[in-house]
Design a protein around this ligand. Structure first.
Ligand SMILES: [Zn+2]
Length: 293
């Protein structure tokens, strides 16, 4: 476990009073046209690009201090979470796509770090509701595909993998679309049995996830007086993609809890671990209550 924990270094901040939605915020980038044609009609620009549309998540003005934590270490969450709880990238993709759902996530774990400078609040940043929604909707379908591959769920994979009639091309569509021809990956195609769904689904995952890892870079850090190598995400969103990356490569292992059916981190756990500690305790309490009545 220690070996895994030392591969990355990242600390994130959460304001003690949390965030709030600014319903009138306008990002600075939307106050002029990109080609310097002068001031742009704001509402019009935002119509063009939903990323510029309010509301924007902003830090509450009465913030007194920032709480520092490590997204890779559940013990540093507030309140701390048990090691078998879901990893943060899974909580992220399960976030309700509403102002309330996103605010709850941000107030506990901080914003994503992909904000814009706001024109109506000089020197302040804000993160658009639509920017959050896009970020969740980009990762969520890929987590589905990863689960289906892991659970050998051919029925679900068949719905998203479509082979061309000549069998030389394949299209994978779930959230995003990837279309590939044999010429581009001759060696890879050759290893797939005819009509295979697993190979194309894995290639889809590879191409889509790689695009999101640009915010993670190797770095040197001091560790007990020694220089060691680490992976360093540039913001929370990159850290979540790095967690997902670690799940895909198998550095971390997951199993669906037999009670709540959410994936739990079972890295290093015994093979007979099938439920969350919390779920087992709740179940015991329920049975005890039933026994009494
Ligand atoms: Zn559970």
């Amino acid at each position: 476990m220690d070996e895994i924990a030392n591969i990355w270094y990242f600390r994130w901040q959460v304001p003690d009073k949390g965030y709030t939605w600014d319903q009138d915020a306008v990002p600075l980038a939307y106050t002029t046209w990109p080609d310097d044609r002068g001031p742009a009609p704001l509402a019009f620009r935002a119509e063009f690009d939903p990323k510029g549309k309010a509301p924007f998540l902003v830090i509450k003005p009465d913030t007194e201090r920032l709480r520092i934590y490590d997204p890779f270490d559940k013990r540093t969450f507030s309140p701390p979470e048990k090691p078998d709880e879901q990893d943060l990238f899974l909580k992220f993709v399960h976030t309700d796509l509403s102002e309330t759902g996103i605010l709850q996530f941000a107030n506990k774990y901080g914003w994503l770090g992909i904000g814009d400078t706001l024109a109506n609040r000089p020197l302040e940043h804000g993160e658009g509701f639509n920017v959050w929604k896009n970020a969740i909707m980009q990762m969520q379908p890929l987590v589905d595909v990863w689960r289906w591959i892991g659970q050998r769920d051919e029925r679900e994979l068949e719905k998203i993998v479509q082979w061309s009639d000549d069998r030389k091309g394949v299209k994978i569509e779930h959230g995003g679309i990837v279309a590939i021809r044999e010429e581009a990956y001759p060696g890879t195609f050759a290893t797939w049995p005819p009509g295979d769904v697993y190979g194309p689904a894995k290639l889809f995952l590879l191409l889509s996830v790689n695009k999101q890892l640009k915010g993670v870079s190797p770095a040197l850090l001091f560790e007990r007086g020694k220089l060691s190598e680490f992976w360093r995400p540039d913001n929370l969103l990159s850290a979540l993609w790095l967690q997902f990356f670690n799940a895909i490569t198998g550095k971390k292992q997951y199993r669906a809890c037999a009670i709540c059916h959410k994936l739990m981190d079972v890295t290093g756990a015994r093979p007979d671990k099938i439920v969350h500690v919390r779920c087992r305790e709740r179940e015991k309490k329920r049975k005890r209550k039933e026994g009494k009545s």
